[in-house]
Write a protein that binds this ligand. Structure first.
Ligand code: PLP
Length: 414
């Protein structure tokens, strides 16, 4: 069969099942086209995308300005490696550093790589600037975190699925409960070797857990007081998703180290970044860290276009405004619902909690039904459904989506 031939949904699923590793469990929907807030399957059925590739497509599918930057640059120069300079990287580095208010950026490709990079920078800073003895630095992380899939990152996960039989694990991490300032203070006081605190401003994969107001600001203040790097993983929450450019900005926090990925490229191309000021970033010297593709001209051109769209189309304001409407309408629905117990979130990163066990099929079945009704979402952790549409959505479209969601939920009421 030629790869260019059109295939049916059933054929596409069968191919993935037979030839692909089974490391995901997708909804049985086969997409072949996307535009703005919509995607289409191979049979031509149209859906609202309410996942946005885990918040990587905040700017909407195939945004014309980002695609133009991609195709222009793709025809000019795509990859030089960092063995040579290129005429796009420096322009992008200045742009992205100014955009987020840091001295410097270290460009990578995926979120997990950027987290790894931040961990390496933090440890090196601890030994060379803070004076911690070599190999003794500790980084504080939170329970139920999600920071990616490398061996070091899963070492400090407490998700059995992500960890089991992938050991031995990397040492040097202390796990504390999320949204608990006392626990952070205790951990800091338990050791003089604390180098950093790595945290998601909202825990996305865990089920969109929004910490109590003031948590991030208090955590930042504690870190400052004890000369510990506050490292914000904004791979999912960043780039306007939660109603501000960065989720930490809800509490006026500027992290010491900022990790970005996903929507920094508008979902067009893998781009990730670690940002920090010179006092931290300058611990990295030539030869000590790198990536063949990190900072390539194609990535640079795409990321500039993607971030320009966020600003020009005021996506943060739109996410804030639509998020309020979304939670209000769902709260109204929940008042009389036996199926849904709660809606929570910020901006357009939201989740509903289904009144059933984590092992139950209810959330999955609701998502299958939602797809039939023209809206794509995915359960996270069994009984939680995340709702994260592209931020280019209009109010009219959102109201249409809310009506699809509530009508679908109604089919599951007892
Ligand atoms: C998705 C995600 C990552 C990992 O990004 P990948 O590009 O999948 O490696 C890291 N941190 C958070 C908070 C994420 O949501």
């Amino acid at each position: 069969m030629s790869v260019l031939e059109k295939i049916s949904s059933a054929e596409a699923i069968a191919l993935e099942n037979q030839y692909g590793a089974h490391n995901y469990h997708p909804l049985p929907v086969v997409l072949s086209k996307g535009k703005g807030v919509f995607v289409w399957d191979v049979e031509g059925k149209k859906y609202y995308d309410f996942l946005s590739a885990y918040s990587a497509v905040n700017q909407g599918h195939c945004h014309p300005e980002i695609i133009e930057a991609l195709t222009d640059q793709a025809q000019t120069l795509t990859l030089t490696s960092r063995a040579f300079y290129n005429d796009k990287l420096g322009v992008y580095e200045k742009f992205v550093a100014d955009y987020f208010g840091f001295d410097k950026v270290l460009p990578m490709n995926t979120g997990a790589e950027a987290v790894e990079t931040a961990i390496k920078i933090c440890r090196k800073w601890a030994y060379e600037k803070k004076g911690i003895n070599e190999n003794e630095a500790q980084i504080i992380v939170c329970e139920n975190n999600f920071h990616g899939r490398t061996t070091t990152i899963i070492s400090f996960s407490n998700d059995e699925n992500a960890r089991k039989n992938f050991g031995p694990y990397t040492a040097g991490f202390i796990k504390i409960p999320y949204d608990n300032i006392e626990a952070l203070e205790q951990a800091i006081q338990s050791s003089s070797n604390i180098a950093g605190f790595l945290v998601e401003p909202i825990q996305g994969e865990a089920g969109v857990y929004v910490p109590s107001e003031g948590y991030l600001a208090k955590a930042k203040a504690l870190c400052e007081k004890h000369n510990i790097l506050f490292i914000a993983d904004e791979v999912q929450t960043g780039i306007a998703r939660t109603g501000k450019l960065l989720a930490v900005q809800h509490e006026n926090v500027q992290p010491d180290v900022l990790i970005l990925g996903k929507a920094i490229s508008g979902g067009v191309y893998p781009v990730s970044a670690v940002l920090a000021d010179d006092a931290i970033m300058n611990v990295i010297k030539p030869g000590q860290h790198g990536s063949t593709f990190g900072g390539n001209p194609l990535a640079a051109a795409v990321a500039i276009a993607a971030l320009n769209v966020v600003e020009k189309e005021k996506l943060a304001d739109n996410a804030e405004r639509l998020g309020v409407i979304f939670r209000e309408k769902l709260k109204d629905y929940i008042k009389t619902s036996n199926t849904v117990t709660m809606v929570r979130g910020k901006g357009l990163l939201n989740a509903i909690v289904i009144n059933d066990t984590e092992e139950s099929e209810t959330a999955w079945n609701i998502c299958v039904k939602l797809a039939e009704n023209g809206l794509l979402a995915k359960p996270t952790h069994g009984n939680i459904i995340r709702f994260a549409p592209p931020l280019v959505m209009t109010e009219e479209q959102l109201l249409d989506c809310i009506s699809i969601i509530t009508k679908t939920l109604q089919e599951f009421e007892k």
